[in-house]
Write a protein that binds this ligand. Structure first.
Ligand SMILES: C[S@@+](CC[C@H](N)C(=O)[O-])C[C@H]1O[C@@H](n2cnc3c(N)ncnc32)[C@H](O)[C@@H]1O
Length: 225
């Protein structure tokens, strides 16, 4: 475990809270679009209601709530995050789910335990290679055989933010070498989406059809053996 990297991530997120996004129609359109794709993906998942789900880097817990809305029982929903204030808020918002303040390098669950592990914009926050590999190994350890990872993260660098690194397909494959990547590009470039203003509802759907303007990868990582 690299305590300097843990401290850097904690310090970064203490300074950076994306509260400005919440009333922004371009941002909200992007969020709706991503959630719509996620619901579509989950619709084909066998036995979803009884699945155990782990959200790594769960933040405020909202992604787990989407799984709950799709029928997953509250006692199957677990989130872990480094940041105590996010875990505290998540517990207040969703008292029936399980949240742990923890470093995902050391996931405190048995091997083969979770049917689905979600990891949304987490690896792009981890600059240290060893930490990234430790987190990936932990995810692979707790994932049940036949389980899947649901992935969403940035594929482009952010020139204004040195605390973020792009998660290209090559980097993802390095972390999860025995997984098949079923990913598609999604999400209109956030700086562009945020500046659409009142026109967001009409312009966002048009711009987001242009593949090069999509900043994230979304989809499944499936074990090949
Ligand atoms: C950009 S936020 C994303 C939060 C949430 N997944 C979402 O999509 O809204 C990245 C989160 O990953 C967490 N994180 C980064 N590295 C972590 C680690 N090693 N262990 C646990 N959480 C980590 C951060 O604390 C932060 O809450």
């Amino acid at each position: 475990m690299n305590s300097q990297e843990v401290d850097r991530i904690k310090a970064f997120y203490r300074r950076w809270e994306p509260t400005y996004d919440h009333g922004n129609s371009g941002y909200l359109r992007s969020l709706d679009e991503r959630n719509m794709h996620l619901k579509h993906l989950l619709a084909g998942f066998p036995g979803l209601a009884r699945c155990r789900i782990l959200d790594v880097g769960c933040g405020y817990g909202d992604l787990l709530n989407l799984f709950h809305q799709q029928g997953v029982s509250a006692d199957g929903l677990v989130g872990i995050d480094l940041l105590p204030n996010r875990i505290e808020t998540a517990r207040q918002r969703y008292p029936d789910f399980t949240f742990k303040e923890a470093n995902a390098e050391e996931i405190d669950f048995p091997d083969n335990y979770f049917d689905i592990v979600t990891v949304f914009t987490v690896f792009s926050s981890i600059l240290d290679r060893n930490m990234a590999h430790n987190v990936a190994r932990g995810i692979m350890r707790v994932l049940a055989s036949g389980g899947v990872i649901v992935w969403y993260d940035m594929r482009y660098p952010n020139p204004w933010n040195r605390n973020i690194r792009p998660m290209t397909k090559r980097r993802i494959s390095e972390l999860f070498p025995s997984f098949e990547l079923r990913l598609k590009a999604l999400t209109l470039l956030p700086p562009l989406a945020r500046h659409l203003g009142r026109g967001a509802n009409s312009i966002h759907p048009l711009l987001s059809t242009v593949p090069i303007l999509r900043s994230h990868y979304f989809g499944l990582l499936r074990p090949t053996r």
